[in-house]
Design a protein around this ligand. Structure first.
Ligand SMILES: [Zn+2]
Length: 417
């Protein structure tokens, strides 16, 4: 008989954040080492010290705990993840004020490709494209598939995640709630085009705060294509913050992107990543940024970063538009503005926001229907829900329970499969 696997859940249980699990057979392997971002930073409750860590992708809720590990460990990840980790972790270290050696992380990380079967500590493992950000992986350990963050619908840059046969499915439930239906990408991008057109006509700025890795590249590659085909007016597109670095890593690893994007870069003269439309401000206060233009900058939830410099310059301009393109967590200034607040604290000063506020629903995650379809295609004997707010998980669980053995583990719980 097959030996059972024990899985311990040290985070991402009834919450979005601090993904961290340990699989045990004769030996153990760690899967993910994330932190939870919000008003305070929360760490996973792990005390054991797995010598091998499998990492799905380079977002802080999956890798942020790595710099806090004090034992000797090695990481297994895809090449884009290996290259994006130092970018996001250096930024985290800078903001939090601790020392971080980016080379150390590179040295510890062994690259595995999608579809390459390998064995570690007695486990048979394979990585599959998750379609969430460049190089993001679903991780299959023996007969257990862990989706991590995955997008089953594909994007401008990435191929969609495909269902993988397994007996136990550990699945994210970020958008598992009944209301969590995300409109088709095309529709939302069309909305964005309209907003840009109208704002440029008024002579304003389109300010798009964005997460640095994933969302920003999707938006930029889409805007570049729209501008080239003259679907939106030709104005400078300013790129700021960590987005620039991530953009370079995306370009260097374009082999992990969709075929048509690869072909554009490898076979034709046009390289959207190096487009003339993209500009970088040379001024410390961004005063060289002229209207009308588009600005894509960090941070995505207005929790800091260069977006504040632009709010200072254009926040009171009624002809400009602030466009949210990502999730706004509770307690963040982004969420406050979305809910109607019109003042923001910049450099200890209250500043009124008179820009128009818009929101586009674009996601790197599967929505509720995608999740259910994914599960119904695989038909696993056990479904384990992680990475979702409690009530959303509950709503997803209620719809699955008649067909599947569904578990929403508690923090620290061990499940045998
Ligand atoms: Zn993610």
């Amino acid at each position: 008989m097959r030996k059972k696997i024990k899985i311990r859940f040290y985070g991402a249980t009834g919450e979005v954040g601090r993904s961290c699990f340990v699989f045990e057979k004769e030996k153990t392997i760690g899967v993910e080492a994330g932190i939870k971002l919000g008003k305070n930073i929360e760490f996973p409750t792990i005390e054991e010290k797995p010598e091998i860590l499998l990492i799905s992708h380079s977002h802080l809720d999956h890798v942020g705990f790595i710099p806090h590990l004090k034992h000797n460990y090695n990481i297994i990840a895809t090449k884009p993840t290996r290259e994006l980790m130092p970018v996001i972790l250096s930024d985290y270290a800078r903001i939090s004020g601790f020392e971080f050696n980016a080379n150390d992380i590179i040295k510890r990380t062994k690259i595995k490709e999608f579809g390459e079967k390998f064995r570690v500590n007695g486990f048979g493992i394979e990585l599959f494209n998750a379609g969430h950000i460049l190089g993001s992986a679903m991780i299959k350990v023996e007969d257990v598939l862990y989706t991590a963050d995955f997008n089953a619908r594909g994007s401008r840059i990435l191929e969609s995640a495909k269902p993988v046969k397994c007996s136990t499915l550990i699945i994210e439930s970020t958008y598992g709630g009944r209301e969590d239906i995300i409109p088709p990408l095309k529709e939302e991008l069309a909305k964005l085009c309209n907003i840009i057109e109208e704002t440029v006509k008024r002579g304003g700025i389109v300010l798009i705060p964005s997460f640095a890795i994933g969302r920003a590249q999707e938006i930029l590659i889409a805007l570049e294509a729209f501008m080239r085909s003259k679907r939106i007016p030709k104005v400078p597109i300013y790129i700021d913050g960590m987005i620039k670095k991530a953009m370079r890593i995306y370009r260097m690893n374009v082999i992990y992107a969709k075929k048509d994007l690869q072909n554009q870069i490898l076979m034709s003269l046009h390289d959207p990543f190096l487009s003339d439309f993209f500009k970088v401000s040379r001024h410390i206060d961004r005063k060289d940024v002229k209207k009308p233009s588009i600005i894509v900058t960090t941070s995505g939830m207005l929790t800091g970063g260069p977006v504040y410099k632009y709010l200072k310059l254009f926040g009171e301009d009624e002809n400009s538009t602030l466009v949210f393109v990502g999730y706004q967590a509770e307690g963040t200034p982004g969420r406050d503005i979305l809910e109607g607040k019109r003042v923001i604290r910049i450099d200890e000063e209250e500043k009124e926001i008179k820009m128009r506020i818009e929101r586009i629903k674009i996601s790197g995650h599967s929505d509720r229907n995608d999740l259910i379809r994914f599960i119904n295609t695989i038909k696993p004997s056990k479904v384990i829900l992680v990475h979702g707010e409690k009530d959303k998980m509950k709503e997803l669980e209620e719809d699955l329970i008649s067909k599947y053995d569904v578990i929403a583990p508690k923090l620290g719980e061990e499940i045998e499969v």
